[in-house]
Design a protein. Sequence first.
Length: 265
Amino acid sequence: MNKLILVLFTLMSVALPSKADEHTIISTDNIEWGLLNPLRGDASPRAADLWGDRTKDIATGMLVKFNKGFASPPHIHNISYRGVVIEGAMHNDDPSAEKMWLPAGSFWTQSAGESHITAADARENLIYLEIDSGPYLVLPAKNAFDNGERSINVDKQNLVWRDAKDIHWLAGNKVKIAYLWGTPELANGSFIKLPAGFKGTIENENGLKAVVVKGQAAYQWRNEKAKTDLSPSSFFSSKTTGKHVIEAETELILYVNSTGRYSVK
């Protein structure tokens, strides 16, 4: 009987979620890169899933690297996605559109089924790409369809930043937020700008995922002693309520995907 109880207790312990399941931190140096489209070999952009799995029918966030001069043929995707430029200059539009280069800190969306091209112009080009369902597929332009959505391109100069005068849960006038999609009370995506020297926390009520778009900082989860250096493309997340402790060495811009309201203190 004692052996049976021990076995049952062991199985129950394995099934329980661990702290690692609740919280994730990935530094820039620990990103695992692969090919976005293995069939294209060296011509394929490099890609790395930060969360989820782009090959499965689940929400996913990934990084994608493009070489200078990259230009895709006209194509479509089976699902819609959101893109954030972290490094370089990107163009994403109809095949006949004039080039409109989006610099780092810009945001765009691409509707499923819409024929378009993607191009990169700088020496190093890096984006964060996010989907609400998968798998992420690249399909011929001849398969184009209209799902009713419309794609947008938002240059960083056209972002609307709001501060503590408008948002009461932002700490001080130097912390700013720019909403990109969704609603503050529900699922939403936004840029958070923290000034150099900021020492405080981002506290979330529900799930939160964040990617560093610009800047350098030190990061801690709750009261843990370990610190992780944050730099562009670093990632942290939590599935439960928690405090993300941040010390910004330079101005820090984060792209945040939240399933509810969060506060900066």
